[in-house]
Write a protein that binds this ligand. Sequence first.
Ligand code: ADP
Ligand code: NI
Length: 214
Amino acid sequence: MSQIIDETIDFVKEKLQGAEAGHDWYHIERVWKLSKKIAAKESCDIEIVELGALLHDIADPKFHNGDETVAPKVATEFLQSLNFPSDRIEKVVFIINNISFKNRNEAPEDLPIELKIVQDADRIDAIGAIGIARTFNFGGFKNNLMYDANIPPQVGMSKEEYKKSNGTTINHFYEKLLLLKDLLNTDSAKEIAEERHQFMLSFLDQFYKEWNVD
Ligand code: ADP
Ligand code: NI
């Protein structure tokens, strides 16, 4: 493995010590592996893909009072310290700035393949069994309700409806997780997502059955 990747791994592990379990080093490691798997079928700059994957959650605005400037700054300073060329730093920072589901309508139409790959990998790690586990972990971390039977969830719920629902963990499936498979960029990601999406649907069926003590 290249030295720059090795040093980046050490840096990210150090930075994410004590992170919430859904956004910790193991999330990064899965996204990095998924990115390499997807990248194997695409023509792309693999070093940019790997660095983008490793650095994409280095300072998530969710955990930095909504400040979106911290992550690009931290990543830039780190890559500069390795004497990584500035035009290539820009490419990595572009991934960090545009990967998020929240900003999906603001991203430029014609995305670089390296961003598409890391975005797909991050989205795949948000669905399936791991996606379910991460979501309940985050909900617990925020002390949210798991579910509220008085507010029936709907696919594509608006922000207002979601807020009214008190942001229950089950509602996060309808707000985001069930929408992800249709937002994927690459064919290999779409293929990986299929089984994971079905698994979430079965999980929800079973959850309601047990909740209602049917
Ligand atoms: P992105 O960076 O793609 O905008 P986030 O970092 O907001 O996505 O979300 C990543 C993961 O964190 C989600 O897939 C989910 O597992 C968890 N998460 C985020 N917001 C919530 C929420 N309100 N309730 C439960 N889980 C959440
Ligand atoms: Ni992520």
